[in-house]
Design a protein around this ligand. Structure first.
Ligand SMILES: [Zn+2]
Length: 488
């Protein structure tokens, strides 16, 4: 599988050296997208993972074995679960939990305690938790505060779902590949990490939170490992677990697994998570790798990483500042940027890549160009500056939201219009996905794969070139035959 790495491998190994999320605060996006849905006010009781597993061990064993068979058949590039990790529902407490985490191939250090990430404006009623009680890699994001929940505590459905929608970024998907130097990675059967930096904790989650399903087929041919994303695996697995939990009377875990699944939907609404290098055409990527110097390649990746970090930073601040167009877009209100018509947003087979990632991929190039032209070169086009390392914590000295608004309303308006379009999709997709999850009788509609004419077009060009070559060879052969005939 790694035979193509010499072509694009260097670039992709370095890709995402910094910890990059798609959005810095999924919980807030979920609240804004789903806050006016009818189910959000229902109350549920917090239930520990161990209690859920002990109650449903037999049904879960059946569900997971059925999932494995479906995944092997339906998911492209699916690495089968090693037979010894299959969930049999045996053991108690920590042993049962460890068996479940292994069967769903989750980081065994994931905390998964009962906790809540309250809305920014909510009164603080419960004991506050340190970040490392929830996230094994303490302090990566500004994701405080967390509050502790007691077993059986009552809380709103949206609180559970929104809190859980941020959780996959708390180390759940770190260290799962065999070259990550972890014990789990050596057992999980996922093979070597196809892209992202395997030596960094958060670099190792990249193939589960990004998917380049719509990248040019030439890139797929030159570097097939770019296709080996596991985002759809995560999304479908958690969706099935959520529906199982709802169906067996465990709404807390229904919303919690549902929030995990929603995380991957929101990630793939971010153009930098659905495109490899959105600022460059496929031919420029190939040329850069074949003929570019190491410095050129490094510069392209730093631009990519800096623009990715900057747009997350900008979106986070725009949402926190209550930018009206963006809030309306997320909530799908009349004044907001139109999201997708319900028929196009509706959940169906192949939805995560065919519908969600497709929309974000289509916006990548424009977003990248807007970022490059809207901000000072230091932050978007200077290979000596690392946004993700330099503009954080005490060394933070640049607020892109304030800076762009100070520079002029047009530049900010253009970027926010595009961000609002991405977030309108995130809102539409979130609502239609929850409608599917919560409807016990719903069946996914048939797949509607988008039409992609690039592959056939390349084939037609190749055939035309071959025909031309053949014709010119025939002509030169005929000319030579005539000449030789004349000389006789
Ligand atoms: Zn993520």
């Amino acid at each position: 599988m790694h035979a193509a790495r010499p072509a694009l491998g260097l670039a992709l190994l370095c890709l995402l050296a910094r910890p990059l999320a798609a959005w810095e605060d999924h919980a807030r996006l979920s609240r804004l997208s789903l806050g006016s849905e009818s189910w959000t006010g229902s109350q549920v009781r917090a239930e520990s993972l161990e209690a859920f597993l002990e109650a449903e061990r037999t049904g879960l064993a059946g569900l997971l074995s059925g999932f494995e068979a479906r995944a092997a058949k339906e998911l492209a590039y699916y690495p089968k679960l090693p037979a010894e990790l299959a969930f049999r529902g045996e053991g108690e407490g920590p042993a049962l939990r460890a068996a479940f985490l292994a069967a769903i191939r989750l980081n065994p250090d994931a905390k998964l305690i009962l906790y809540l990430k309250p809305a920014p404006s909510a009164p603080r009623a419960r004991p506050e938790l340190p970040v490392d009680a929830v996230d094994p890699f303490d302090g990566r994001f500004e994701n405080r505060p967390f509050e502790s929940l007691a077993e059986g505590a009552e809380l709103g459905a949206l609180e559970v779902l929104a809190t859980a929608s941020d959780e996959p970024d708390y180390g759940l998907d770190c260290g799962l590949y065999e070259d990550n130097g972890t014990e789990a990675g050596s057992r999980y059967g996922l093979g070597e990490q196809p892209f992202g930096n395997p030596a960094l904790d958060y670099g190792s989650q990249a193939p589960l939170h990004m998917a380049f399903a719509h990248e040019d087929p030439i890139i797929g041919l030159a570097a097939p490992f770019t296709r080996r994303s596991l985002a759809d695996y995560r999304f479908r697995l958690y969706g099935e677990l959520a529906r199982f939990a709802f169906g067996t009377g465990h709404p807390y875990w229904g919303y919690r697994f549902g929030g995990w699944a929603l995380h991957y939907v929101q990630d793939l609404c971010q153009p930098y998570h659905a495109s490899l290098l959105p600022g460059l055409s496929a031919f420029r990527i190939l040329a850069l790798n074949a003929f570019g110097s190491a410095a050129d390649r490094e510069a392209a990746l730093i631009f990519l990483s800096n623009r990715h970090s900057l747009v997350e930073d900008y979106a986070y601040r725009a949402v926190a500042a209550g930018q009206p167009e963006i809030l309306a877009a997320l909530g799908g209100s009349e004044e907001g940027k139109a999201g997708l018509p319900p028929r196009d947003a509706a959940y169906r087979s192949g939805w995560l890549y065919d519908a969600v990632a497709r929309r974000a991929f289509g916006r990548g190039r424009r977003l990248d160009a807007l970022l490059a032209s809207s901000f000072p070169a230091r932050y978007v086009s200077d290979p000596s500056y690392d946004y993700g390392l330099s503009n954080v914590g005490p060394t933070r000295d640049f607020d892109p939201y304030a800076a762009l608004h100070a520079a002029g309303p047009e530049a900010a308006g253009a970027l926010e219009g595009l961000l609002a379009a991405c977030l309108a999709d995130a809102g539409s997709f979130s609502r239609s996905y929850l409608a599917y999850l919560l409807d016990e009788s719903a069946k996914p509609g048939p797949r509607r794969a988008p039409l992609d004419l690039r592959g056939p077009a390349y084939l037609a060009i190749l055939l035309a070139l071959a025909a031309l070559l053949l014709r010119s060879r025939r002509r030169s052969y005929a000319r030579r035959a005539l000449r030789e005939g004349g000389e006789l």
